[in-house]
Design a protein around this ligand. Structure first.
Ligand code: FE2
Ligand code: FE2
Length: 405
């Protein structure tokens, strides 16, 4: 069941549909953000996230207490505005604004812009129009692109941004950061990575990695990141492909002293197992021609030796997640699990024991053994093709999967 929540100073507007906006008090209450009284109001690109058949969610950072709204235009001449939140407020915030746009039609071209006004004074800024397409669950084809493990490497992010084409969505598959040790890291890392407008031409879906949950301020990240469900696990259809996104949690047990008692991922894995068992029975997922899972930590790896966590060991594959989800993933006939985390791109074909393939992207470096890769996914009635390229534009893996139905 979807729920509406509104906490702290987070601005969240909605037109139609429902909203789940997790806590963002830390993200929205920086002294630096409230101290400024001059200069630009809008300090990041308008970031388009969580694309849906009926809309998406937009997040942008501001320099001081502001009100905001989204204006939209459709290719069919329709126009509209999203200018309220679920509690009847005009969207407002001192550090970021977040507005949910709904009521649109699937598979259509739209453009959107944000209008931001300072609460004190008469300063107003309007962003350029930004085009996007709503997802089309009935579409004959889809395209998507995947990044992982960027770890705040600006050179890598800029090269990925330059080389990655437009698509129905960009899936950022975890480890956006290293350690959220400061609240001030959240906005530049998530909303202006590498100082690029990464959602230009490709609205963003984000999957949490183990570094995204690390550090004293990691709990505030959901305030800046919209997902289709308002939770870190979600499922959606784009054309003939059904996608399930899961949160593999940390790469050590919850009780590890390095986590300081901050994490409870065993419970989240169990909750996802129950949700997964229900989700794979929904008609649009049970009958999908192609079935893809995104999760940051792989569920398979070439060396699955036990780790000595007390001596610096950590999981290359998430055995805890696999134990919780494997049976449902097999029952669903999952074709491929797309992950990151190991910083070494790798393809593991299906086996009798693991009938899902495991495709893993590269690391945060621009060149060398830990080099970054990006994935280009395209599906139509004949095949799902997944091509992994490095930043020298070489094809590292080229995986083709036939339709199941
Ligand atoms: Fe990583
Ligand atoms: Fe990782």
């Amino acid at each position: 069941m979807k729920r509406r929540r509104f906490l702290g100073h987070l601005a969240a507007g909605a037109v139609g549909g429902t909203l789940a906006a997790p806590a963002a008090a830390a993200a929205a209450s920086s002294p630096a953000a409230t101290a400024s009284t001059t200069g630009p109001l809008v300090v990041t690109p308008l970031v388009l996230m969580a694309p849906r058949p009926d809309g998406l969610e937009a997040v942008w950072a501001v320099s001081r207490l502001c009100r905001g709204r989204l204006e939209w235009q459709g290719e069919d001449g329709t126009t509209g505005m999203a200018a309220t939140d679920p509690f009847g407020f005009v969207p407002q915030g001192a550090k970021l604004l977040r507005v949910r746009l709904g009521g649109l039609l699937p598979g259509r071209a739209y453009r959107v812009r944000a209008v931001t006004s300072a609460t004190e004074g008469d300063a107003t800024e309007t962003t350029p129009w930004k085009p996007f397409r709503t997802l089309d669950p009935q579409g004959a084809s889809t395209s998507f692109v995947v990044w992982n493990d960027t770890h705040v490497n600006d050179a890598t992010l800029r090269e990925l941004h330059e080389q990655t084409p437009a698509a129905d969505f960009l899936l950022w598959n975890g480890d956006t950061c290293n350690d959220w040790k400061s609240d001030d890291l959240l906005v530049p890392t998530l909303l202006h990575p590498g100082r690029c407008d990464i959602t230009s031409g490709r609205p963003l879906n984000l999957v949490w990695g183990n570094h995204d949950v690390r550090g004293q301020h990691a709990y505030a990240m959901p305030g800046l990141v919209a997902t289709p469900s308002g939770r870190p696990f979600y499922a959606f259809r784009s054309g003939p492909v059904a996608f399930i996104c899961l949160h593999t949690g940390e790469d050590k047990p919850d009780s590890h002293p390095g986590f300081g008692g901050r994490v409870a991922f065993d419970a989240l894995r169990r909750e996802q197992a129950g949700w997964l068992a229900e989700t794979i029975r929904r008609p649009e997922f049970a009958a999908a021609p192609y079935r893809v899972v995104f999760c940051h930590i792989p569920l398979r790896w070439r060396d699955e030796s036990p780790q000595d966590y007390a001596r610096g060991g950590f999981d290359r594959h998430s055995g805890r997640s696999r134990a919780a989800w494997h049976d449902a993933l097999v029952a669903w006939k999952t074709q491929v699990i797309i992950s990151g985390h190991t910083h070494q791109t790798h393809w593991m074909p299906p086996t009798a024991e693991f009938p899902y393939g495991q495709l893993i992207g590269g690391g945060p470096a621009t060149r060398g053994a830990r080099a970054a890769t990006w994935m280009d996914g395209r599906a139509d009635a004949r095949r799902l093709q997944l091509v992994v390229r490095d930043l020298d534009r070489r094809v590292i893996h080229d995986v083709e999967l036939p339709p199941l139905a």
